[in-house]
Design a protein around this ligand. Structure first.
Ligand code: FDA
Length: 389
């Protein structure tokens, strides 16, 4: 069978590209249904973009690569599409836009766009072999046990990264990249909870609070959640993309509060109050209990010297923790790293080595922050490729 364009992967990027790539498009995926990650994303409501989407919210080997595609198909363009399909949405926090109803509305919208463009979809289809000859891609497929051979002028690789193998994630994009002499940068789980060997926080599992999480060069003001295995919550997922094994993360447990000034004022107002009671007014009481096991929190406010107040404030506003690892690809929302962007056109996503070969979405070495940025990258990079085909 001959097609104009074969798209590998019917996820966010693959479906969006299919809707923009003109006639003669076939999309194949080994999953039973398209857009499975969209379906489960955002707690079932899909955080499909972010109103504040801009280039600084993305990591990658080339800090400029993603700019062109994001500028040419923006969050407002996607929001327009969502509006055309009558999907109701709301901003949750920090510009994050979610469906009011269900994430499957986004999948249905993309399917409708594919149908409108005349794109075909084969599910339960595996890629068995790929070669390039005479300017054409020859792809051997296994479609529900039947062998199929497809010849395509364009090949769009939209098979994503390695996160959540249980949902069908594979390293196919990286294998194809290497086959065509594209480098693959180091890949690692990102937007992922961090773990500690010693069940350090098990006793306060479930406690959450707003914090500033930071490492050199990055900081995020969002919620932290203590878990049986370590630290989670948006602040930790965000900082996990910047953290490396063996390094510490810093946590300001009281962002926006001048703790030293606060304690001094409390000491003047009510010196007989216990320090733990005062801290319990600004921090979760169970966390104060855990902190008390590590540092001296005994006595009343009147017992506190200025020096002790300063030391306490410094510790709680720069609480250093050294994770032993992360939860890994099993739960990571995305893969950091991927197909190196140095030999991919930033305006079209086409390989500079092989005409007609495209890489889009999470497969590329472009990773967004938590908050709808990764889907926006999937939409923008897909449209860039689709428009070029
Ligand atoms: P995606 O992973 O979506 O699609 C790849 C497709 O390729 C899949 O359908 C897969 O089955 C197929 N495939 C893989 N290997 C194959 C092979 N060998 N043969 C055939 N097919 C193959 N982002 C965001 O912006 N907002 C959010 O709310 C969330 N929430 C979220 C929750 C959870 C639990 C996860 C895991 C991730 C998110 N994300 C997110 C991230 C977001 O899901 C992700 O960045 C995009 O889905 C990436 O889109 P792609 O199309 O590149 O890959």
């Amino acid at each position: 069978m001959q097609v104009e364009t074969l798209i590998l992967g019917a996820g966010a990027a693959g479906m969006m590209a299919a809707a923009h790539a003109g006639p003669g498009v076939l999309v194949v995926d080994h999953a039973k249904a398209p857009g499975e990650k969209i379906r489960i994303s955002g707690g079932g409501r899909c955080n499909f973009t972010n109103m504040h989407c801009d280039a600084q919210a993305f990591l990658g080997g080339n800090p400029h690569f993603h700019k062109s595609a994001l500028a040419r198909y923006t969050q407002w363009d996607f929001l327009d599409l969502v509006g055309q399909h009558g999907i109701a949405w709301h901003e949750k926090t920090l510009g994050q836009l979610f469906c009011d109803d269900k994430a499957t509305q986004i999948v249905a919208m993309l399917r409708a766009q594919m149908d409108k463009a005349g794109a075909a979809l084969w599910l339960k289809t595996e890629v068995k072999g790929l070669r390039h000859a005479d300017g054409l891609f020859h792809v051997a497929l296994d479609r529900e046990g039947r062998r199929e051979s497809v010849v395509a002028r364009n090949l769009v690789v939209a098979t994503g990264g390695k996160s959540i193998p249980k949902m069908g994630a594979t390293g196919l994009a990286y294998d194809i990249a290497r086959q065509f002499d594209h480098a693959v940068t180091e890949t690692r789980p990102a937007l992922v909870p961090l773990t500690f060997d010693n069940a350090r926080f098990a006793s306060i599992s479930g406690v959450s609070l707003p914090v500033r999480a930071f490492v050199p060069g990055a900081s995020f003001d969002e919620a932290l959640l203590f878990t049986h295995r370590g630290l989670s919550g948006p602040a930790i997922l965000q900082i996990s993309s910047y953290w490396r094994e063996g390094e510490e993360i810093g946590l300001d447990l009281l962002p926006g509060l001048d703790l030293a000034a606060h304690l001094k004022a409390a000491r003047s107002g009510n010196g007989r109050r216990a320090l733990t009671t005062e801290l319990g007014a600004v921090l979760p009481a169970r966390l104060v209990g855990l902190l008390g096991a590590d540092m001296d929190l005994t006595g009343n406010l009147a017992d506190l010297s200025d020096k002790r107040i300063a030391a306490l404030a410094e510790t709680l506003k720069d609480w250093r923790q050294k994770p032993s690892g992360s939860e890994g690809y099993r739960t990571a929302e995305v893969t950091l790293g991927g197909v190196a962007t140095d030999k991919v056109s930033s305006s079209s996503m086409m390989s500079q080595q092989v005409a007609g070969l495209y890489f889009i979405g999470e497969a590329l070495d472009v990773t967004g922050w938590l908050g709808g940025y990764n889907f926006q990258w999937a939409w923008s990079s897909a449209v860039a490729a689709g428009r070029n085909i």
